[in-house]
Design a protein around this ligand. Sequence first.
Ligand code: SF4
Ligand code: SF4
Length: 404
Amino acid sequence: MSTKRTKSSFRAMSTNRKLESIFLFVTGRCNAKCKMCFYAEDMDKKEKDLTFEEIKKISETAGQFNRLWVSGGEPTLREELPEIIEMFYKNNEIKDVNIPTNGLKPDRIVAWVKQIRKNCPELNINLSLSLDGFGDTHDVQRGVPGNFYKAMGTLKLIEKNFADDGRVLKNLATVITKYNETEVEDLMVWMLGRFHLSNHIIEAARGMTRDDGVKILTEPTLRALQDKVVPIYNVYGERMAEETGGFRKPIARFFYLGFIRTLYNVRATNIDHPTPWGMDCTAGETTLVIDYDGRFRACELREPLGNVKDYDCNIAKIMASDAMKQEIAAIGHGDKANCWCTHGCWITSSLVFNPRKMITQVYKGYREMKKLNRPVDISEDVLQSIERKYALDVEKLTELGVRK
Ligand code: SF4
Ligand code: SF4
């Protein structure tokens, strides 16, 4: 039996700015050492994670909101992760949860997603596995030997268990750095051909990275890469439309392609220097970030404004606090805004709350995607030539079920 993909809360436009997303860092522990990690300094402080009881208070005081973005550290290292998600589903009626993972705990991921599916039947689960390159490129960037083949095995396991489940989106995220810049296009083609994924997002490294000098993108190089991979997104757009089904097919394709292009356009204009997005960033109005130790912020890139524990973990109080009001004023609005960045989560989240901008940009983005489209060759010959080019271990890939 197959479950059709359902409408995400993300695509519901609104002018009413209220808390829509909480970014909850469920742990400060991680089993990787990524060179481009923007959170390394915070994790190195080795503060205690918020307790389950403290997170419960957060959930009980946040009211209804749509999307929980789980973050960390590595979220699968938080023992009570499924129970935490279930709590937000019951108390806050969340519609979507994002779970990023480095894929080092495959059995746990599968078991926990099954548990969440059983206990939260209406919840859309966006699993997002990190994959930065082929073989050593991925392992070096992630600081874990053998991670690439482990990630391959994890993805195949996820595909096997949730192949027909439209509530479990199987996404990939690649962070572009000096290590993988030249192989991103090949990686995207190969992943498209060897797996049946829902989406493959490319990110620019952001914030203060663990290692210096990993950020190498400029506006022209990022735009060139984004243009080259447009055909791949057209294939994902078709896949999404197929999985959506019925009369919503063309709408799903339109929004998917238009959103991706808009996000990538805004990001490209901000890669060299902050440039106005042409719409308000709604950080602090519609989003709240809670660090693993309870510090809170309007977005991941701005400074903490306090600790939830000083507000008795009461989210309603925090959102109405002077600290948050001052932060929103400091970020600014419209032409007077003074804070811009490349952060995809906030660009897409802010688009939803700027409907007029969204419709124009998404329409423009969709047309650009269609114009730049061309056929993508994912024939066996092409996939095998990529495997030879990057000296992949064919025996291992066959054993993992990645190739026949
Ligand atoms: S980027 Fe994520 S997986 Fe990598 S070290 Fe940082 S928290 Fe861990
Ligand atoms: S523009 Fe970026 S850094 Fe500034 S508030 Fe928004 S998300 Fe944060």
